[in-house]
Design a protein around this ligand. Structure first.
Ligand code: CAA
Length: 257
């Protein structure tokens, strides 16, 4: 299947999606959302794919929602269309997605990276929520997700001043999981995704679901949710295999069941 705004490849059990609107610095319009949902839903449905990487170009992961697409809209247009609600579907993709961010991840670009499961940044990455400079505020989750990632003080700083943070600051404050030289970014992200793909797919998906739950519920409910999933894993053949392999001092051969 070919897409208008993204490139899709597979590398073994890893899916690789590259945002591909270079003239607009990968600005996110309705077509990008439709293409991303189609591609990642296809990965979710494909038993041969276990994890994926989402990336942009060397200059821009994505420079935000498409300002030119939004510019002439009025309140009723935005409200009736429930603009940006479709991105909630992206956050519901069930297999892990690593964001590999080089260059600008601004506005919706930063918000899209935060919708992925973790972010690996090139040392040239720049993150920001500059919507305030356009007379608006973040609309794809930035006020909520950035605050959960980096805490109130830094989120307020980013959202109210519109300033960018570099990769080192983003790592320091927990927005990204690792920073690597920009030239190594894709290799590092694909290696991380391949590592995830070696493990039991149902165990990986449940682990992702459990960590995501921490954002949605209280500690006691989250702990209960974790325990229920943990108990359910003892119905997996892969639990028997993983633990037997440890005891027998051999590599595990997971069957994804
Ligand atoms: N939407 C639409 N087009 C965009 C864009 C965006 N978010 N960001 C960049 N572009 C376009 C530019 O208009 C330009 O196109 P033309 O050549 O046709 O003029 C092209 O991409 C290249 O951009 P620049 O010439 O500006 O490149 P630069 O290197 O000088 O600057 C930049 C790079 C600092 C990222 C600058 O492009 C910029 O500030 N972009 C906008 C960033 C922004 O405000 N993002 C937030 C968008 S709103 C949002 O995301 C809302 C939300 O939360 C959902």
């Amino acid at each position: 299947m070919s897409y208008e705004t993204i490139l899709v490849e597979t590398r073994g059990k890893v899916g690789l999606v590259t945002l591909n609107r270079p003239k607009a610095l990968n600005a996110l319009n309705a077509q990008v959302l439709a293409d991303l949902l189609a591609a990642f839903r296809a990965f979710d449905a494909d038993p041969a794919i276990a994890a994926s990487v989402l990336t942009g170009s060397e200059k821009a992961f994505a420079a935000g929602a498409d300002i030119k697409e939004m510019q002439s809209r009025d309140y009723v247009d935005m409200y009736v269309a429930d603009a940006f609600a479709g991105w909630d579907d992206f956050a519901r993709i069930r297999k892990p997605i690593i964001a590999a961010v080089a260059g600008y991840a601004l506005g919706g670009g930063c918000e899209l990276a935060m919708m992925c499961d973790f972010i690996i940044a090139g040392d040239n990455a720049k993150f920001g929520q500059p919507e305030i400079t356009l007379g608006v505020m973040p609309g794809m989750g930035g006020s909520q997700r950035l605050t959960r990632f980096v805490g109130k003080s830094k989120a307020m700083d980013m959202v109210l001043t519109g300033r960018m943070m570099d990769a080192a600051e983003a790592e320091r404050c927990g927005l990204v999981s690792r920073v690597v030289p920009a030239d190594d970014l894709m290799a590092e992200a694909l290696t991380a995704a391949s590592r995830i793909a070696e493990f039991s797919l149902p165990a990986v998906m449940m682990a992702k679901e459990a960590v995501d739950r921490a954002y949605e519920t209280t500690l006691s409910e989250g702990l209960r949710f974790e325990r229920r999933l943990f108990h359910s894993m003892f119905a997996l053949e892969d639990q028997k295999e993983g633990m037997a392999a440890f005891v027998e001092k051999r590599p595990a051969r997971f069957l994804d069941r």
